[in-house]
Every structure is written in structure tokens, then in C-alpha cells.
Ligand binder design. Structure first.
Ligand code: HEC
Length: 171
């Protein structure tokens, strides 16, 4: 009993083993919940706007710099006109689908060739009639110009396939 008195003098609010147990439990559990709360808070602030279909893209868009310049894979070698034609343009221009002027159909191409190479490139880049911009593809502007030259030349024109980026003035 005297022992008890002695202890009471030195140990603050924790007086029984049960209180010690509760205090120990709380001092262990409370920080864990605090940490969980912090983690939830931090990760929720990274969440994309509700309704975003592609969370990663939405996040990238939100953190992108203002006035960012898109660089398409600039290091790959540019494809030749014939290659681009076969990959993207032949779908319509080989068969004349959707009213496209057919490859090597001089009669169909002659009036178009007269408008000049630049005008044709612009049509191919921006789309014309049933043709989507870039014929629906995703090419370097120079590659499109090359495909235009390839197709026009097959129909009797004498355009040169551009070697270096002619893209700058095409914009
Ligand atoms: C979905 C079918 C389709 C695809 C694919 C397509 N074209 Fe065309 N293209 C057309 C049609 C249709 C026209 C005729 C448009 C008109 O005169 O209204 C046309 C016209 C053109 C013309 C003539 C434009 C003018 O000013 O008279 C060029 C040049 C041309 N295409 C280039 C291309 C190139 C290069 C590609 C591939 C990168 C391509 N096209 C892919 C359908 C297509």
C-alpha cells in the first residue's frame, strides 16, 4: 500500500495497468491514422479532374508548360513519298475511293497539278473534301509533301520531293 502511494506521486495520469495499455494503444494507433490521412490527402490532390477519360493524359495536360511546342519524333528518318503513299494515301488514291484522284490518272490530276505543288501540299495537310487532314495520318509535313510529289509525278508532274523540312513555311 505504501508502495502505491509512492508511485502515485511520480506517475502522471496513468495509474493502472489498464490505463497504461490504453495509452500505449492510442499512442500507436493515432499516428497511424494521421499518416493514412496525410497519404490520402496527398494522393487525392493528384487526382485528375472528374470525368477525365485518360487520367495520365489529363494530369500531363494540367502540368504542361504554357506555350509548349510539340515535337514529333524528330529523330526518325523521314519516309519517302512512295512509302507514305502506300502506308496512308493508297487506301483512297489507289482505288479512287470517295472520289479521290487515282494514282497515275493524268486526267484527274492535271487540273490539280496546275494549282501548283504548294496548293496540293496544303490540301493534303489540311484536308480537302472527303480527305481528312494528312489523309487521316500522323506524318511529318515534309513526308506529306513527299507523298504529294510522288502522286503528282506519277500523273505527269515534275515536282521534286522535298529533302529537308519544308514544314516551316507550310504552317
Ligand atoms: C479517305 C480517303 C483519302 C485518303 C486516305 C487520302 N486522300 Fe487525298 N484525296 C481524297 C479525296 C476524296 C480527294 C479529292 C478532294 C476534292 O477535290 O474534293 C483527295 C485529293 C488529294 C489531293 C489533291 C488536292 C487538291 O488540292 O486538288 C492531294 C494532293 C492528296 N489528296 C494527297 C493525299 C495524300 C498525300 C494522302 C496520304 C498522306 C492522301 N491524299 C490520303 C481522299 C483521300
Amino acid at each position: 500500500m505504501s508502495d502505491n502511494h509512492h508511485e502515485e506521486a511520480h506517475t502522471g495520469p496513468i495509474k493502472t495497468p489498464k490505463q497504461l495499455l490504453v495509452a500505449g494503444f492510442l499512442s500507436f494507433v493515432v499516428p497511424i491514422f494521421a499518416i493514412i490521412g496525410l497519404v490520402l490527402y496527398v494522393s487525392s490532390s493528384n487526382k485528375p479532374a472528374p470525368g477525365a477519360s485518360n487520367p495520365e493524359k489529363a494530369l500531363a495536360e494540367r502540368i504542361q508548360k504554357v506555350g509548349m511546342v510539340e515535337v514529333r519524333d524528330a529523330n526518325r528518318p523521314l519516309r519517302a513519298g512512295e512509302e507514305v503513299y502506300k502506308g496512308q494515301c493508297a487506301a483512297c488514291h489507289a482505288t479512287g475511293a470517295a472520289g479521290a484522284p487515282k494514282l497515275a490518272d493524268a486526267a484527274a490530276w492535271a487540273p490539280r497539278i496546275k494549282t501548283g505543288f504548294e496548293a496540293l501540299v496544303q490540301s493534303a495537310l489540311k484536308g480537302k473534301g472527303a480527305m481528312a487532314p494528312q489523309g487521316g495520318g500522323d506524318f511529318n509535313d515534309t513526308e506529306i509533301a513527299r507523298a504529294v510529289a510522288y502522286m503528282s509525278n506519277a500523273a505527269g508532274a515534275k515536282f521534286e520531293e522535298p529533302a529537308a523540312p519544308a514544314a516551316a513555311e507550310a504552317k
